[in-house]
Design a protein around this ligand. Structure first.
Ligand SMILES: Nc1nc2c(ncn2[C@@H]2O[C@H](COP(=O)(O)OP(=O)(O)OP(=O)(O)O)[C@@H](O)[C@H]2O)c(=O)[nH]1
Ligand SMILES: [Mg+2]
Length: 299
């Protein structure tokens, strides 16, 4: 008898910076979610679709669940993550080898509201000096909640990722694929382009600046083997604008170059990218503006 086909939605939940987006990119084999060393990199839900011979896993990468409630965008991000739980078949809660922190409990609480399998992933095992250090953490985790499985991995090196995929598939319902086999995300190239720019803001700017900036694609068109993109980086003050542009425009140039390289790789095309920096005071705390920039609680 052939194996039954299994498919379903899998939420990735966890505190900011634990490695959710890195894990999704690793499994899909493409950069569809941006990552950085800073917390709160992911702001919107992104699907990552992995189709195999007898399965289709649809990952839902979510913003890290956090305590920061200073701005409207923080509240939207937390709600987005929590709402995801309602529509999935399996939940992956991710912690890292550093052990349980208060914000990890928030993610676990969000997962606990439904009776579906919850798999605990312990990420960043590449940071352990010895595997024996894992055992006490696994033991402690068993006392935190009823986990269907506990799987240690390294999203960065790929260690034990095949095993995690097998475990996840085992908990998916028998169902036909919901997406075509060659589709890897629900997001448009336009969205990915704006995210690749935002990723450089998170990687290239210090302090608070990444958190008070947003990116909007004004124009994006494919023509004659080239993708032309015009985008605006929104910040909240003239001082921030000066920092993003940098001395003699150097910083903006570097941001544009790195973002363009990521786009060329992912879109398999030459890209011509033009960036502007504009000031819009209070965008991150303005509910209407957030909507116009695409930040909605169900997206
Ligand atoms: N050493 C190590 N670093 C990792 C691993 N996985 C992710 N990271 C790093 O951890 C940082 C955060 O990764 P992300 O994937 O952006 O984390 P996230 O959980 O999506 O974070 P938010 O979007 O802010 O919620 C990045 O610097 C990654 O390179 C891992 O397995 N080992
Ligand atoms: Mg993320």
């Amino acid at each position: 008898m052939p194996k039954p086909f299994r498919s379903g939605f899998v939420a990735l939940l966890g505190r900011p910076n634990v490695g959710k987006s890195t894990l999704m990119n690793r499994i899909i084999g493409h950069k569809i979610a941006i990552t950085s060393r800073r917390p709160q990199t992911t702001r919107q839900r992104v699907l990552g679709i992995k189709t195999g011979p007898d399965s289709q896993i649809v990952f839902v990468d979510t913003p890290g669940i956090h305590r920061d409630r200073r701005r409207a965008i923080n509240v939207v991000m937390n709600r987005t993550a929590r709402a995801t739980v309602e529509d999935v078949d399996v939940i992956v809660v991710m912690i890292d080898v550093g052990g349980w922190r208060p914000e990890d409990r928030l993610a676990l609480d969000a997962a606990g509201s439904r009776s579906i399998p919850v798999i605990l992933v312990i990420n960043k095992i590449d940071q352990l000096k010895s595997k024996t250090q894992l055992l006490p953490l696994i033991e402690a985790s068993k006392g935190m909640a009823h986990f269907a499985e506990i799987v240690p991995v390294s999203a960065q090196t790929g260690s034990n990722i095949d095993r995690l995929e097998e475990v996840i598939v085992g908990y998916l319902p028998e169902a036909p694929a919901g997406f075509p086999a060659d589709q890897i995300t629900d997001r448009s190239e336009r969205f990915l382009a704006s995210e690749f720019i935002r990723e450089q803001l998170f990687r290239g700017l210090g302090q608070e600046l990444p958190y008070v900036s947003a990116v909007q694609i004004e124009e994006m068109a494919r023509k004659d083997g080239l993708i032309r993109i015009q985008a605006t980086i929104w910040v909240e003050s003239d001082g921030q604008k000066a920092i993003v542009i940098g001395k003699g425009g150097e910083r903006l140039k570097a941001i544009g170059k790195q973002a363009r390289l990521a786009m060329e790789k992912e879109f398999a095309s030459k890209v011509f990218l033009e960036l502007w920096v504009k000031v819009r005071k209070g965008w991150s705390d303005d509910a209407n503006l957030l909507r116009s920039l695409g930040y909605t609680e169900d997206g």
